[in-house]
Ligand binder design. Structure first.
Ligand code: SF4
Length: 617
C-alpha cells in the first residue's frame, strides 16, 4: 500500500466564522492531484487558477490567501522547512507567491495540514488559531495597529510559547502593496504584498500548534538519505562559512563583479562595501545564529543595533544591498535598524530599499523638492531620511500614501524622466543585482512571473563565472529557463534551495526523497516537468489577467544607460539584444510571440483545460 505523506486541505470561510469555526472544512489531497502538482507552490497555483476568477479585485473578499507546504517539509531533511503564501497580487493583479522559512510550515504539517485556504474576510480584526483539530477565530482588536514582532510576542504570551505564529504589521492592515507576512521574529514572506491580502481579510495573525506524526512510505530510507547528506555537508568547508556569515558573503562577491545595487542601481560598485560586508556584520551587529527547522546551515543572523536599541533577524544580503548600498548607507548599525523598522511595520525590505533609493535619486536630481516629500532631506547616505521614508510608506502618512503604491506608481506621478530609473518589473521592485553586465539576469527579472525577483532564476552567478562571456546573450535564455524550472521544485517540495546552490547538494537527492516518502517512482526529470507545469500555469494566470510581452520589459536604465565604472564598465543590455532574448526565450518555452503559452505546450503539460480558459492556440 502506498502511504502518502500529505495532510489535509483546511478551507476556512472567514466571513461565516465564529468562535468555533464550524464552517471550516477538511478536504483530502488525492494522489492524482499530488503527483501532478507535488505540493507548495504547485498546489497553490492550481487552486488559485481554479478558484479565483479573472479580474477579481486582489483586496476584495473574493480573492483567496493560500498557505501551502510540501511533502518533504517537517521530515528533518536539511532545509525542509518552507511554506508558500499564494494569492492574487495587490501590486499588479497577477500571480503572487512568497515563501517563508522558520517553523510555521512545519507546524502546519504537525497539525495534519498541507494547505490552508482562507476565503472571504473576517467581520472584525481577528486571529486564526489552529491547535491540531481545534480551529477558531479569536478577537484580534487588541493586536490591531501593533507591529508584527510585538504582536508575535504578545500572542505567544497569550496563547502559549509553543505556537508558531505569522503576523502582519500596520502596513498589511493598510494594504501597502509590498507588505509582508512575518514569522519567527524576523522570517518573512516578504515579496508581492501578501501581507496586504491578509490585512484585507481582517486577519492580524495565524497561530498554529500541532502534535501529529507525518506518515511516510519508507522512514528508514528517508533517515539514511538524510544521514548521507549531513555527512557530506560536514565535510564541506562552505558549511562553516554559511554558519558564520549566511548570505552576506554575497556582498564582496557582488562588489568584485560590479553588480551590487548601489544608489538606486545607478552603479554596481559601492565605495563603502567593506563597511557592510559579512565581516562587518559578524563583528559589529550579529549576536546569535538562527536556523529554519532542521537546517544545519543556520544562515540567519540575529543582530542588534546598539545606536537605536533594536534587535532583529538579519540583515541578509538583499536587505543589506537594498537598505544599505542602494540608499548610499554604509553603517551596519543603521541597516539593522532599517531592517527592524521594515519587519515591525510589516514591509518588504527589498521594495522599501528600492523605493527609498529611488526617492533619493529623484531628490538629488531635482525631480522633486524637499517640500514635496514632507520636508525630508533625502540625500543618499542619510539614514535618518531613510528611516522616516520607511515609516511614512508603511503607515501611508503624507508622501508615504504615494510611496506605498510602489516605485512604478511614484515614477508615474513624478514623471520628468524618472520612469527610466524606476527599477521594477510588473510593479515588483528590482532585487539586489545590477544587471547591465548580465543579460541573462535582466531576462530573468523581465520574465519572472511575479516581477523583478532574483529568486526565480539567479542566473547572474552562472554569468559572472563565465568571465568575459557574461556579457554575451548566447545561451542565456536556455539557462534562465533551466533555473526557472528548478526553483519551483523547491517551493513545491517545501524545501530551501540553498543546500543545492551553496553546498552543491546533487538535485538527484530530491527524487530519492520524494520516492522514499511517497513510494512513487519519480526521476529528476519528472520533478522538473512538474515545475515546468507550474511555470506555465502561473504564466497562464497572468495571461488571463491581460499580461503579455509588454509586461516582460526591464527598465530603460538597463536598456540604454552604460555602466560608468567597475568590471562591467561600458556595458548595458541594448533594446535590440533584449528583444532577441525575449523572442528566443518564448520560442524555447513553446509560447507565442506575445508570451502566451501555446495549446501544444499546455496539452503536453496536461493543462488542456487551462489552454481553453486563456484561449491558447
Ligand atoms: Fe533556512 Fe538558511 Fe537553512 Fe535555508 S539555508 S533552510 S534559509 S537557515
Amino acid at each position: 500500500m502506498v502511504v502518502l505523506p500529505y495532510g489535509k486541505i483546511l478551507r476556512i470561510d472567514l466571513s461565516r466564522s465564529d468562535d468555533t469555526l464550524s464552517h471550516s472544512t477538511y478536504e483530502p489531497i488525492h494522489e492524482e492531484f499530488a503527483k501532478k502538482y507535488l505540493g507548495g507552490r504547485g498546489f497553490g497555483a492550481r487552486i488559485l487558477f481554479d478558484e479565483v476568477p479573472a479580474k477579481t479585485d486582489p483586496l476584495s473578499p473574493e480573492n483567496k490567501l493560500i498557505i501551502a507546504t510540501g511533502p518533504l517539509n517537517g521530515l528533518l531533511i536539511p532545509g525542509a522547512g518552507k511554506a508558500s503564501f499564494i494569492t492574487k497580487s495587490p501590486a499588479n493583479g497577477g500571480w503572487a507567491d512568497s515563501s517563508i522559512g522558520g517553523h510555521f510550515g512545519t507546524e502546519m504539517r504537525y497539525a495534519g495540514i498541507d494547505v490552508i485556504i482562507l476565503e472571504h474576510a473576517a467581520r472584525k480584526p481577528s486571529v486564526l488559531v489552529i491547535d491540531d483539530e481545534k480551529v477558531k477565530l479569536i478577537d484580534g482588536s487588541k493586536y490591531w495597529g501593533k507591529g508584527s514582532l510585538e504582536t508575535e510576542l504578545e500572542l505567544k504570551k497569550d496563547l502559549g510559547h509553543d505556537f508558531r505564529i505569522v503576523t502582519i504589521g500596520p502596513a498589511g492592515e493598510k494594504f501597502v502593496t509590498f507588505s509582508c507576512i512575518t514569522g519567527d521574529y524576523g522570517r518573512n514572506a516578504g515579496r508581492c504584498g501578501v501581507g496586504a491580502v491578509m490585512g484585507s481579510k481582517n486577519l492580524k495573525a495565524i497561530a498554529i500548534r500541532g502534535s501529529k506524526d507525518i506518515k511516510v512510505h519508507d522512514a528508514k530510507k528517508v533517515r539514511a538519505l538524510t544521514e548521507e547528506i549531513i555527512a557530506m555537508f560536514l565535510k564541506n568547508p562552505n558549511l562553516k562559512v554559511w554558519q558564520n556569515y549566511g548570505t552576506m558573503t554575497t556582498v564582496p562577491w557582488a562588489q568584485a563583479a560590479g553588480c551590487m545595487s548601489v544608489r538606486n542601481f545607478s552603479t554596481g560598485i559601492f565605495e563603502h562595501a567593506d563597511s557592510i560586508d559579512e565581516k562587518s556584520m559578524r563583528e559589529q551587529v550579529a549576536i546569535a545564529d538562527r536556523s529554519c527547522f532542521g537546517c544545519p546551515m543556520s544562515c540567519g543572523k540575529f543582530s542588534e543595533s546598539k545606536k537605536h536599541g533594536t534587535r532583529i533577524e538579519g540583515p541578509e544580503y538583499e536587505t543589506t544591498a537594498l537598505l544599505g548600498a542602494n540608499c548610499g548607507i554604509s553603517s551596519m548599525d543603521d541597516i539593522v535598524h532599517a531592517n527592524y523598522l521594515c519587519d515591525e511595520l510589516g514591509i518588504d525590505t527589498i521594495s522599501a530599499g528600492n523605493i527609498v533609493g529611488f526617492v533619493m535619486e529623484c531628490f538629488e536630481k531635482g525631480i522633486i523638492t524637499k517640500e514635496e516629500i514632507d520636508g525630508i532631506e533625502a540625500n543618499f547616505g542619510n539614514s535618518e531620511a531613510a528611516f522616516e521614508l520607511i515609516r511614512k510608506m508603511a503607515l501611508k502618512e503624507g508622501v508615504g500614501e504615494l510611496l506605498s503604491k510602489g516605485v512604478r506608481a511614484v515614477a508615474a506621478k513624478w514623471g520628468k524622466g524618472s520612469e527610466k530609473f524606476a527599477m521594477q518589473v510588473k510593479n515588483l521592485e528590482w532585487s539586489g543585482y545590477e544587471s547591465r553586465g548580465a543579460p541573462g539576469m535582466a531576462l530573468s527579472y523581465g520574465t519572472a512571473d511575479v516581477g523583478a525577483h532574483h529568486n526565480r532564476a539567479w542566473v547572474i552567478a552562472y554569468e559572472i563565472a563565465q568571465g568575459d562571456k557574461r556579457y554575451s546573450p548566447e545561451g542565456k535564455a536556455e539557462k534562465v529557463i533551466e533555473l526557472q524550472h528548478i526553483r519551483p521544485m523547491f517551493d513545491q517540495l517545501g524545501c530551501c534551495r540553498l543546500q543545492w546552490v551553496e553546498l552543491g547538494l546533487d538535485l538527484n537527492y530530491y527524487p530519492k526523497f520524494v520516492n522514499a516518502v511517497t513510494g512513487w517512482d519519480f526521476t529528476l526529470a519528472d520533478l522538473l516537468k512538474s515545475s515546468e507545469r507550474i511555470y506555465n500555469l502561473t504564466r497562464a494566470f497572468n495571461v488571463r489577467e491581460g499580461f503579455g510581452r509588454k509586461d516582460d520589459y526591464v527598465p530603460e536604465r538597463v536598456l540604454t544607460e552604460p555602466l560608468t565604472e567597475g568590471p562591467a564598465k561600458g556595458h548595458f543590455v541594448s533594446r535590440e539584444v533584449y528583444e532577441k532574448l525575449l523572442d528566443h526565450y518564448y520560442e524555447l518555452r513553446g509560447w507565442d510571440k506575445n508570451g502566451v503559452p501555446t495549446l501544444k505546450k499546455l496539452e503536453e503539460l496536461g493543462l488542456a483545460d487551462v489552454a481553453k480558459k486563456i484561449g491558447a492556440e
